[in-house]
Ligand binder design. Structure first.
Ligand code: PLP
Length: 407
């Protein structure tokens, strides 16, 4: 994408013209959450002003159009992930809730004492803790795929970890700390050779990589709307129909039922069986708008441009004495974690903030990974397609200043 295109895109994001401590905001915290284009915010406003009514249960006009919008959003998510059927998309509050849903429902149906779940060393807490809770509940074991010095998973150890006790593998498509893009297609294939299902945590992948759940042959694929320019509080679980049919509901309540008596409840069909209570139909509709916005720009264009930013920033950061980039996988997304000399990441982040630059510091919700690396945390910058090389130059100058002050 060229400078004019980026300029046009930036104009869609009003927040990018904000001042922070009287400085131009440079938002490099996109892995935590992305900013929202005007069309997404306007969609929320339009929905509340013109088509708000509870969905699925109403016979009146507003309820019908709100229901249609919510179900059209489901189709949009299905198309975005290339799911085979729209019923394979369950709306959740986000990645975390989707993983908890699978850990609870799949765990209930298919796991027992002595069984094992495999995750990797570079997982976000959201893809660790739900499995740990399941392991505690059912007296199971969590097995961990290790990585090399560059932050790439060791696939031979992974293959050796799979055994007759393994019930499920759950790994991130892209690491939120290291930026590593894991070879998930290959990992799924290896697990499937033993008929073991795989969940892919796509929170950091969908905004940057074209995802095709059928080509991947993923059993479950999850993501959060707010990381792909959509609103907070909405996300999705893709699950193969055969799995979603085979596992029990996650929560009980309205809409997930077919009939209720005090003696017995029967459950609704897919996907409603997993959507208890009033769904976030405003959020789903705004998420569909965000996906449409991204598709208009084109994920391939986004990936190419963000890769350019990644290479440029990496090269410029390496100019700084004492720079240590954490995560140097051959296949990386636009996330750069780093440390400089012995400076504490929190100090770096605090001073960069005072210069208008939003970075993130700490464990990034991946404490076991940070412990494994033996570091106190990192500073992380993460790019979106609205970021620019000029912003990277400003960041480098600011970082040089901050490093001099703290050294
Ligand atoms: N998984 C990964 C890889 C993430 O980066 C995140 C958020 O940072 C999550 C899961 C959790 O996402 P959410 O908080 O939107 O549920």
């Amino acid at each position: 994408m060229n400078t004019d295109q980026i300029k046009k895109i930036r104009a869609d994001f009003p927040i990018l013209t904000e001042k922070v401590y009287n400085k131009d905001l440079i938002y490099f915290d996109n892995a935590a959450t992305t900013q929202k284009p005007r069309c997404v915010v306007e969609k929320i406003e339009q929905s509340y002003y013109h088509s708000n009514a509870n969905i699925h249960r109403g016979t009146h006009y507003l309820s019908i159009i709100a229901t249609e919008a919510h179900e059209a959003a489901r189709s949009a998510v299905a198309a975005f992930l290339n799911a085979g059927k729209r019923e394979e998309i369950v709306f959740t509050r986000g990645t975390t809730e989707a993983i908890n849903l699978v850990a609870t429902s799949f765990g209930e149906a298919f796991c027992q004492a002595g069984d094992e779940i495999i995750i990797s060393v570079l997982e976000h807490h959201s893809n660790i803790v739900p499995w740990q809770m399941l392991c505690e509940r059912k007296k199971m074991k969590l097995r961990i795929i290790p990585m090399n010095d560059k932050g790439e998973l060791n696939l031979s150890v992974y293959a050796a970890l799979l055994n007759e006790k393994t019930r499920l593998v759950s790994v991130a498509h892209v690491s939120n700390v290291l930026g590593t893009v894991n070879p998930v297609a290959e990992m799924i294939q290896i697990a499937h050779e033993r008929n073991i299902p795989v969940l892919i945590d796509g929170a950091q992948a969908v905004p940057h990589i074209l995802v095709d759940v059928q080509a991947l042959d993923a059993d479950f694929y999850v993501f959060s709307g707010h990381k792909i320019y959509g609103p907070t509080g909405i996300g999705a679980l893709y699950g193969k129909e055969k799995w979603l049919n085979a596992i029990p509901p996650y929560q009980g309540g309205g809409e997930m039922i077919q009939s209720v008596t005090f003696e017995k409840t029967t459950y609704n069909e897919l996907p409603f069986k997993f959507e208890a209570g009033t769904p976030d139909y405003i959020g789903s509709t705004a998420l569909a708008e965000a996906l449409h916005y991204v598709q208009e720009i084109g994920i391939k264009n986004i990936a190419d441009y963000e890769h350019e930013l990644l290479l440029y920033a990496t090269q410029r950061m390496n100019e700084i004495e004492g720079m240590r980039i954490i995560g140097t996988a051959d296949h990386k997304s636009s996330v750069i974690s780093f440390l400089v000399g012995r400076i504490h990441p929190y100090d770096l982040g605090m001073l960069l903030d005072k210069l208008g630059i939003a970075t993130r510091t700490g464990f990034h919700c991946a404490q076991p990974l940070i412990d494994e690396l033996g570091i106190p945390g990192t500073v992380r910058i993460s790019f979106a397609f609205y970021n620019t090389k000029d912003e990277i130059d400003t960041f480098i100058n600011a970082l040089k200043r901050v490093v001099t002050m703290l050294s």
